[in-house]
Design a protein around this ligand. Structure first.
Ligand SMILES: [Zn+2]
Length: 209
């Protein structure tokens, strides 16, 4: 995805998409907004919206399957497990940002999830090309582990840790994968924190000493 199109979709249906990587976008579902931590995945209905906003759920059939989890005991219980995993992911990301490797227990959990919930793939002909696609089949809430575990594994194994960073704004806990050429991205988004920081720096410079 290009920088320009990414900026246009910073917020989708009330969710933040500035991470440049699905596991980081998932991590950013509990940002600090107006000084308070805000849980953006409080229930199965919110998870349904996030799955659509993130592009994991696309077809009408998938939407209908996920809609059935709303207000269901299984759906709500799964959301609690998912956000507990998200907080362990936060711990792993903070370790990567500190130059460490992720903890063994977390890595083992991701490994189990990958094996229990593998991503489904398909091949089809598109014109003269054969295309391999990953698809999501949400038959039960636990199937959400497949895209989440795959994205987490990708983050841990394929992304250069020095390009994983937390926004420099003091009150912001958004993390992102810096894909800029120079590796010099400093904040989650120009609109959310960038302008605020620039104004603060400008005011500091203008203040008489
Ligand atoms: Zn920020």
């Amino acid at each position: 995805m290009t920088g320009a199109s990414l900026q246009q979709r910073e917020w989708v249906d009330g969710f933040l998409f500035v991470g440049n990587q699905l596991a980081l976008d998932f991590l950013n579902t509990k940002p600090i907004l107006e000084g308070e931590p805000r849980e953006l995945l409080p229930n199965a209905a919110a998870l349904e919206r996030w799955l659509i906003a993130s592009g994991i759920v696309t077809s009408q059939k998938e939407r209908a399957l996920v809609r059935a989890w709303r207000n269901s005991r299984k759906g709500e219980a799964f959301v609690q497990k998912l956000i507990a995993f998200r907080e362990r992911l936060r711990g792993a990301v903070l370790r990567l940002e500190a130059g460490l490797t992720p903890g063994d227990a977390f890595l083992a959990q991701v490994d189990v999830l990958l094996k229990e919930y593998p991503q489904r793939t398909s091949v089809s002909k598109q014109g003269s090309k054969v295309v391999l696609d990953v698809f999501f089949e949400p038959r039960k809430p636990e199937d959400v582990w497949a895209p989440i575990a795959a994205a987490t594994a990708e983050l841990l194994s394929e992304v250069e840790p020095f390009r994983i960073r937390q926004c420099e704004s003091e009150s912001c806990i958004v993390h992102f994968y810096d894909t800029s050429k120079k590796g010099s991205r400093r904040w989650c988004s120009m609109n959310i924190c960038g302008n605020k920081l620039k104004v603060a720096a400008y005011q500091r410079r203008r203040r008489p000493v």
